[in-house]
Design a protein around this ligand. Structure first.
Ligand code: SF4
Length: 324
């Protein structure tokens, strides 16, 4: 089997076959640079030299009803994480202004919890308007929204709806027992049906297999999700995954490259866990492994890095921040 031929086909819109996917997964470690180079070229073919930069605010934190095993915000775990209700729209807008000054073009308002009640919906609506007024693209990650809520928020100026599937349908029940995977898939479908830019991806390094990773990518492709956030586990004390070792940089880079082969024209945004997996010395390598976007600044419950350093790294890689 020929790596160049698989990459060329993928660029022409012919997805890798099952045998070719297995070939990519089993590629010898010394061929990783070759795999990454192909993924980087595929990224360039679809996104030119642009890198999407987004930032988030943790607008409502902790005491979540769900028990996602990797998450510090679950009310089921003993992890220490900040707990506060939905922030005021003004404070969210101020966080947006700081993110814009740091170089972000999209700004995600992220809230813990599964469903959205009436008071929070009012707050999200006000926050979306305030963030849009800053000249940022407002995105929202509020849990599961029904179609009526999506419509109302879209009318308020919401551009992006973020709802991760986290992992494959097969692995999900081992990570979360408080709701069904299908509820998340339906939320993604509802966001797409509402005409919103849907960001939906997952977290890697949570005990999933390569088959799980492929299963998630193929589902996202089939759903037509345009933007795929890729997170890597930072094991957090007090969560069920506290003792799990982070992925190696090589494995994480291979996942990014594989996702580029499976999702050649989708925005692949590298989000949480980049400092954990890559450390200070290797965190820029994602930019030449097939990724087309970065989350800058802090993540939900873990520290990110200096946004100025990320933007400098983007430029060092011969790339440029995208307008959106
Ligand atoms: S990942 Fe989201 S739904 Fe799951 S526990 Fe954390 S905040 Fe709740």
């Amino acid at each position: 089997m020929n790596l160049t031929a698989i990459a060329s086909k993928a660029l022409d819109g012919v997805p890798p076959s099952d045998a070719e996917i297995l070939f990519l997964i089993e590629l010898a470690p010394d061929r990783l640079p070759e795999l990454l180079a192909h993924a980087h070229r595929m990224r360039a073919a679809n996104f030119g030299d642009e890198v999407g930069l987004c930032a988030i605010v943790n607008a409502k934190s902790g005491t979540c009803s769900e028990d996602c095993a990797f998450c510090a915000q679950s009310g089921h775990h003993a992890a220490e994480s900040p707990e506060y209700p939905l922030m005021d729209a003004e404070d969210i807008a101020a966080a947006g202004a700081r993110a814009k000054a740091a170089g972000a073009s999209r700004f995600g308002i992220v809230a813990s919890g599964k469903l959205v009640g009436g008071a929070d919906l009012d707050g999200f609506e006000a926050a979306v308007r305030s963030v849009a007024a800053q000249g940022l693209v407002p995105d929202l990650s509020p849990g599961i929204l029904d179609r009526g809520q999506l419509k109302r928020l879209k009318n308020a100026g919401l551009r992006g709806y973020h709802h991760n599937l986290e992992t494959s349908a097969s692995h999900f029940p081992k990570m979360c027992t408080t709701h069904a995977y299908e509820e998340d898939v339906n939320a993604v479908r509802a966001g797409l049906d509402a005409g919103l830019y849907v960001c939906s991806g997952g977290i890697f390094g949570i005990g999933e297999t390569w088959d799980d990773r492929v299963e998630l990518a193929l589902l996202l492709r089939g759903l037509g999700v345009p933007s795929v956030p890729m997170n890597f586990l930072t094991p957090i004390p007090g969560t069920p995954l506290e003792d799990r070792a982070p992925l190696s940089p090589e494995e994480a880079l291979k996942i990014i490259a594989l996702y580029r082969f499976l999702l050649p024209d989708r925005q692949l945004r590298i989000c949480g866990g980049r400092p954990t997996v890559f450390g200070p010395d290797r965190r820029d390598e994602v930019l030449t492994a097939g990724a087309s976007g970065l989350m800058i600044g802090d993540y939900l419950t873990t520290r990110g890095g200096d946004a100025r350093e990320d933007i400098a790294a983007v430029r060092r890689a011969g790339l440029t921040p995208a307008k959106e």
